[in-house]
Design a protein around this ligand. Sequence first.
Ligand code: CP
Length: 317
Amino acid sequence: MKHLISTAELSREEAVLLLDTAEDMAATQARAVKKLPALRGITVVNLFYEDSTRTRISFEAAEKRLSADVINFAAKGSSVSKGESLKDTAQTLHAIGADAVVIRHPASGAPQMLAERGWIDTPILNAGDGCHEHPTQALLDAFTLRRRLHGSASRGKGLDGAHVVIVGDILHSRVARSNVWLLSTLGARVTLVGPPTLLPSNTDRWPAETAYDLDSALEQRPDAVMTLRIQAERMHDAFFPHTREYARRWGLSTERLARLDERAVVMHPGPMNRGLEISSAAADSPKSTVLEQVANGVSVRMAALYLLCSGVNEGRE
Ligand code: CP
């Protein structure tokens, strides 16, 4: 693995290695001194062309806990506003000695371009590209679910036999795409639920079932319900008649929460639209893993950075 662009390209062995390494990282985070020397001398650039709270902060925390030197680049306030291209930005990062790049970009495929075009020869970690993929989000979701299902016996395991319902704005969701590939690689069954307007037309080629009716999907007693944010910023059309109608048919209401199995968990990648795709009762319930997902994000990103970057300076003077 040189880059982490997409979960579709991860083998089961690679995915389990990432999750097991994240378990090792999580164990170090319970210590009084959380910092490890693993990436000392390595410069990681966080290149964010889109807003972020969780991903940006947890990548930065992960890098610092591995003792990397961290450079934060936000497109707002940079020369991107003067028209500088991704190529010129990448070459600038190369010139200042970046050893790894974490990139979030509104264009699907931007991390792949950085990895393939040779403008900069470092590991590239995709922190979310357009509606394409968000691999570290899916890895932290799988890590969270694996811990809930297997507890301290998680190491070496996948998610065989688990059933995950992903409900909401699948069309615009890079989280859904990365989760579909990773969950199926790890042996889980995935059901995608949403209004027909928010389900992509090519899901017949995805390793997932699709449905329009959330209540019927919940009758199958899934192990996890992952609610997705309605991405209003990517919608240039009316995809449903009214937010009240959406919440009534596809929202995880208090009443639907009460019908879930005792062991079932409620997941959301954040940020949440409370009262739309998820009720506050569901978001704040003991079933909710929302804050566990955020905390696990640091361990998972430490694992990804460690596995991709710890050898980059080998052979250099
Ligand atoms: N889940 C997620 O990607 O959140 P941010 O946009 O806040 O990083």
